[in-house]
Design a protein around this ligand. Structure first.
Ligand code: ZN
Length: 188
């Protein structure tokens, strides 16, 4: 097993819709194993294939409920309802997080690595992780889930960061990230 570098905001691979997986084979299982290792090392609670530069519709996640890491292939959110606000972060937008409203409950269907159909009823945190990862497969980053004011501020910070090639912290980003490590989504 090995880990991948995680692609970050600005990488075009994060903005494309990933393709359906045609075949669940040994190569896909190796990819999933490496994605789990990458997620654990980050550390995170979810990781989608585009985040490691692979344009395939699968993600791994582990909410820490004791069930261990799971891989979902070709997921679809069949139903969603309710509303829930949660401070959400992303391994591809490191150090930042925002309160984001999403459905509280979802029904997700897809496939596991043995080719069996899976059907997951998830609420609150687990539902949040699953929705976040499906967004990645559609090329949607959490920045696009923000309201207009939040998005303006986020883009200002991300642009400043992209310009900051020296590794300095002119915008006080270190201070921001301090608060955000409390409960970011992709991270434990
Ligand atoms: Zn993410």
């Amino acid at each position: 097993m090995s880990t991948y570098p995680i692609r970050v905001y600005g990488d075009p691979v994060l903005r494309q819709r990933a393709r359906e997986v045609d075949e669940i084979d040994g190569r896909l299982k190796v990819l999933a194993d490496d994605m789990v290792e990458t997620m654990v090392a980050a550390p995170g609670v979810g990781l989608a294939a585009p985040q490691v530069g692979v344009q395939k519709r699968l993600f791994v996640y582990d909410t820490g409920d004791g069930g261990g890491p799971r891989t979902i292939v070709n997921p679809t959110i069949a139903e969603s309802d309710g509303e829930w606000t949660f401070e959400e972060g992303c391994l591809s937008v490191p150090g930042l997080s925002w309160p984001i409203v999403r459905p509280r409950h979802i029904h997700l269907v897809g496939w596991d690595l043995d080719g069996n159909e899976v059907s997951i009823e998830a609420t609150e945190f687990e539902a949040r992780v699953l929705q976040h990862e499906v967004d990645h497969l559609d090329g949607v980053l959490l920045v696009e889930r923000l309201d207009d004011d939040q998005r303006k501020e986020a883009l200002r910070i991300l642009r400043a960061r992209a310009l900051d090639l020296s590794g300095n912290d002119p915008d006080g980003l270190a201070g921001l990230s301090g608060g955000e490590r409390r409960r970011p989504l992709d991270r434990r």
